[in-house]
Design a protein around this ligand. Structure first.
Ligand code: G6P
Ligand code: ZN
Length: 600
């Protein structure tokens, strides 16, 4: 059958500016007439001369509207001269899997249907993200181009009656305007699983999980939070590595994630934390909706901060077969991420980079062969095997190290801190605030910290004092192409190495989210093992400190739930710096909030 494309007139939307990771909005926004069509047309137009005859990978995290959007995108690709669309079965592909398949199939790019860790459902979030030929998120010049196209778009192209059954694997060929157009519906997990088998030693991982040479089985609990990783987790952990059926949970991708908030942190993956606290499992991991984020826990819910996770992986990378072949080219972290990896890079003498928030900056360094391992405080860890962060990869990397070192998660961390010192780190998020007030706050803060007299200022909180060594709005110069990315967050760096960072999130779907990051380095043996203190003692101390501060300020503040959430040791050690951060930013005044929405 011969299909004909149509050109449909449209009017532009003015709010289609992609954020850190694509365009994210409420589903209802995407469902407005022509809204999704316009944005997809802009992505396709941004390919310019590469569009005709292109090959695109397509898949998403299974959230509500993924299937509708995938079918629509296929119709639009057909009309725009794309040669082949390779789409995941049922429209499912994890973000790292898309990255891998783009590279493996030498595709022109990929379209990922996800709002990552944001909740899903008819009244929740959806997102569309474009990845380029290298497998990574589109760089700023391309997302700017896409946005510029959206604001002047007058029409889009579509083949209305072209249907493709993405629920059945196979090749579908069509003739559109006299040209061949094909859709390949692929197994969502096969390519990714074979990549993992090339990177890791699966037989040693299987021995670890099943137990061998008199060793007890190492019990894992993997929680997919009903996101896209479920089928990958079942295939890898249960079928390949022999984990028990009850060692994997929430492995059915659901359109509303079963009501879960698929963000693997101590707040939203509390179910995993509570299960690990029972002391039955040796290792726990959770992943976000699209499978790029991870959280790692040890026995009894011993929490590994993402910054520490990166550093421990860096220090033991030689245990992973992949890096024995490729060598270790360099390490990197995003600017707000705690500086634990910095010292490992120094110790093993490899390149080290500090980049703005957003995975695309790492990708550029990897493409230039300068970077092997990187991570972000926002629960992202990854390597140059793909150009996205990769949750399952991170869990396997931990298991590979545990298999070789024969130590528990906690033992690995403690010996790491003894050798390198420890970065205490916490992040306070104030979600969904008024965007204008937050912009005012950031401008005011920038003015204060960049005034010439600010460096050298001594800020005192109770018996702790900090001297400002450097304060600025972070500006990154890409070491490969020299491009400049300015105003990436206010930094206050203190003489003792402690840091306070303030930035606005680039991934929210409504309002503004302020993030305050506090990082302090400690070498003192007595402070290093704060986690060993009883949880309730920590909580009591924290409560005293906070209430004392509030009393002194004569403020009546309702004690909100996030304060008693986890990462308690950091809250105690960092209390003076946290209070300084709250004061300098005047966050309460600007947001009208007494407490953050989430603390990690
Ligand atoms: C996404 C990106 C990450 C980035 C994060 C930051 O997850 O893939 O690379 O760290 O967004 O989000 P934020 O809300 O802090 O801008
Ligand atoms: Zn994600």
């Amino acid at each position: 059958m011969e299909f004909r494309s149509s050109v449909v007139p449209t009017t532009p939307f003015d709010d289609q500016k992609p954020g850190t990771s694509g365009l994210r909005k409420k589903v209802t926004v995407f469902q407005q007439q022509n809204y999704t069509e316009n944005f997809v047309q802009a992505i396709l137009d941004s390919l310019r001369d590469d569009l005709k005859g292109s090959v695109l990978i397509l898949g998403g995290d299974g959230r509500y509207y993924v299937k509708d959007a995938a079918k629509l995108i296929i119709k639009m690709c057909a009309a725009n001269g794309v040669k082949r669309v390779i789409v995941g079965h049922h429209g499912l592909l994890s973000t790292p899997a898309v990255s891998h398949i783009i590279r493996k199939r030498n595709a022109t790019g990929g379209i990922i249907l996800t709002a990552s860790h944001n909740p899903g459902g008819p009244d929740k979030d959806f997102g569309i993200k474009f990845n380029t030929r290298n497998g990574g998120p589109a760089p700023d010049n391309i997302t700017t181009d896409i946005f510029n196209i959206t604001v002047s778009l007058e029409s889009y192209k579509i083949v209305h009656d072209l249907e493709c059954d993405i629920d059945a694997q196979g090749d579908y060929a069509y003739s559109v305007d006299g040209n061949e157009f094909t859709v390949e519906v692929i197994d969502s997990v096969a390519d990714y699983v074979s990549l993992m088998k090339q990177i890791f030693d699966f037989s040693s991982l299987r021995n670890l999980l099943e137990g061998s040479e008199g060793q007890k089985p190492f019990k894992v609990l993997i929680n997919s939070l009903n996101g896209v990783t479920g089928p990958y987790v079942r295939q890898i952990f249960v079928k390949e590595l022999g984990a028990s059926e009850d060692g994997v949970v929430n492995t059915e991708p659901l359109e509303d994630f079963g009501g879960l908030h698929p963000d693997p942190n101590l707040t939203y993956a509390a179910e995993l934390v509570d299960a690990l606290k029972e002391g039955i499992h040796d290792f726990g991991a959770a992943f976000d909706g699209d499978g790029d984020r991870n959280m790692i826990l040890g026995k009894n819910a011993f929490f590994v901060t993402p910054s520490d996770s990166l550093a421990v992986l860096g220090a033991h990378l030689h245990h992973i077969p992949y890096f024995r072949t490729t060598g270790v080219k360099g390490f990197a972290r995003s600017m707000p991420t705690a500086g634990a990896i910095d010292r490992v890079a120094n110790a093993v003498a490899v390149n080290f980079y500090e980049v703005p928030t957003g995975w695309k900056y790492f990708g550029a360094l990897m493409d230039a062969n300068r970077l092997s391992l990187c991570g972000e405080e926002s629960f992202g860890t990854g390597s140059d095997h793909v150009r996205e962060k990769d949750g399952i990869w991170a869990a396997l990397a931990w298991l590979q190290i545990i298999a070789c070192e024969k130590k528990s998660v906690e033992e690995l961390l403690v010996s790491h801190w003894r050798k390198f010192g420890r970065n205490f780190f916490t992040r306070y998020d104030y979600e969904n605030c008024d965007a204008e007030s937050c912009a005012t706050m950031m401008n005011k803060l920038e003015q204060i910290v960049t005034s010439p007299v600010y460096v050298g200022t001594k800020i005192i909180h109770r018996n702790k004092s900090y001297v400002v060594k450097l304060a600025d709005n972070f500006c990154y110069e890409d070491p490969v192409d020299g491009s400049i990315t300015a105003r990436q967050g206010i930094r206050l760096l203190f003489a003792d190495g402690s840091r306070i960072i303030v930035r606005l999130s680039g991934t929210g779907s409504s309002g503004a989210t302020v993030r305050i990051y506090v990082d302090s380095y400690e070498k003192d043996e007595n402070v290093l093992l704060e986690d060993a203190q009883d949880f309730y003692v920590c909580f009591f101390l924290l409560a005293c400190i906070v209430s004392f501060d509030l009393l002194v300020r004569n403020e009546v503040v309702e004690y909100q739930k996030p304060f008693i959430q986890y990462n308690t040791a950091s809250q105690v050690v960092l209390a003076p710096l946290i209070n300084i951060a709250l004061d300098v930013t005047e966050i309460r005044v600007h947001t009208g909030r007494d407490a953050p929405t989430v603390i990690t």
